[in-house]
Design a protein around this ligand. Structure first.
Ligand SMILES: [Zn+2]
Length: 405
């Protein structure tokens, strides 16, 4: 088997690098932004349009596809890519984030462990706890119909093997910054124990499902804002090798972190992780976050944000984000971004986009999503090009000065 990942150009005096991530459905040049297609579709956009705007890969959510249509149906269809008519690389998350965030009241923070009674057990007023964590797994109620389900590391692996994505993630516990230090330690032990079980089940399924392309498994590094916990988590995951000796193929950097600590936390983790394995950063898409995470050694990213905000008329441009809904665009017959090479900017005006949103036309979401996804994909592509050209720091300074001015 050829190496999954090759490091190419490095950022001087930093952990950041460019590379190539190889999958059975094609290579991903890194750093790369991975578009999110939660339910096996990037909302409102055809896969052909995603390809055309430069998306290299798509990430779908195990939780959503397990509930609807069912991971067995995706399996029968020939896997996620075949099912959704996307012939490029695919990722799935473990379902852990969605399942466990059901237990968290909006903006109020709790641990998901029902036995805790202190600050770890606070839940927002009027919210029902929908998820309960124990050492073996998580029991939760479906957000669709309230039916009860249980995810364990083994179940998550079985679902993700059925979904058949090229890159999958281990089932981990989600904590928040408000959890106590004691809880974070306990949670990390649990995530480590689950990682061992994920590798074992992954190896069993890989051997059992003969003839399927190899699905790479990434471990997820938790540890919140604590340096010792983050370093320990990264180190401990790398010691898990399973029966085959292969271990994790790459790593995800997950969980609670504050924006101002992003670079520091990514650096702690990547100083511990082996150089030759790819590192995925879960859930970021703001320009400053990309630069900081890439500088500190993150290779791939996913986030629902570019498409989610697009459906609310928020448009990204090199000069910052604006809302196309505002009245000043009623008679503005220029493209939403003069410099953008996307389909939307090539063919439509701000006045038309404004009209579509005001009239609540479905095409508004499609055109705005195409633009925001293109903006995000291209930003990361341009960062990659700047590293190759040895001008990452200059490009960072120029881009951020302009975007946040
Ligand atoms: Zn555009």
């Amino acid at each position: 088997m050829t190496d999954l990942f090759t490091v190419e150009t490095r950022i001087e005096d930093h952990l950041g690098r460019t590379g190539t991530l190889r999958t059975p459905h094609g290579d991903i040049e890194t750093p790369a932004f991975i578009a999110v297609g939660t339910k096996a579709t990037v909302k409102a956009v055809l896969p052909e349009s995603m390809k055309e705007l430069g998306a290299q890969a798509v990430l779908a959510n195990a939780y959503h596809l397990y509930l609807q249509p069912g991971s067995d149906i995706v399996d029968e269809a020939g896997g996620l890519g075949k099912f959704m008519n996307w012939d490029g690389p695919t990722f799935t998350d473990s379902g852990g984030f969605q399942v466990m965030s059901l237990g968290v009241g909006f903006k109020k923070v709790i641990s998901m462990d029902a036995t805790r009674v202190e600050s770890d057990d606070v839940i927002a007023e009027g919210k029902e706890r929908l998820a309960h964590v124990d050492d073996d797994g998580v029991t939760f109620k479906s957000h669709l119909d309230g039916s009860r389900h249980r995810f364990t590391p083994e179940v998550s692996m079985q679902i993700q093997h059925q979904l058949g994505a090229d890159i999958m993630f281990a089932f981990d516990e989600l904590t928040t910054l408000m959890n106590t230090r004691a809880y974070q330690e306990q949670s990390l032990d649990r995530t480590q124990a689950w990682a061992v079980r994920c590798i074992a089940e992954h190896e069993r399924l890989t051997a059992e499902r003969v003839g399927k392309p190899y699905q790479a498994l990434f471990g997820v590094v938790q540890g919140a804002q604590y340096e010792d916990l983050r370093r320990k988590a990264a180190h401990d995951l790398e010691t898990i090798v399973g029966e085959t000796g292969r271990g994790f193929d790459g790593y995800g950097i997950g969980g609670a972190l504050e924006k101002q600590n992003l670079g520091t936390i990514v650096r702690w983790v990547n100083e511990e992780l082996p150089e030759h394995k790819p590192r995925h950063m879960l859930g970021i898409s703001e320009p400053d976050d990309f630069f900081v995470a890439i500088e500190n050694g993150a290779d791939t990213f996913d986030c629902v944000n570019p498409s989610r905000v697009a459906r609310n008329a928020a448009i990204y441009t090199p000069d910052g984000r604006f809302n196309i809904n505002t009245a000043r665009f009623r008679r503005d017959f220029t493209p939403i971004d003069e410099e953008c090479d996307c389909y939307t900017c090539a063919h439509y005006t701000r006045a038309y986009m404004h009209h579509l949103f005001k009239a609540k036309e479905m095409l508004a979401s499609t055109l705005a999503t195409i633009h925001n996804e293109r903006f995000t994909v291209k930003l990361v592509d341009d960062i990659r090009a700047s590293i190759r050209a040895g001008r990452f720091q200059e490009f960072k300074k120029e881009t951020l000065a302009r975007f946040y001015s």
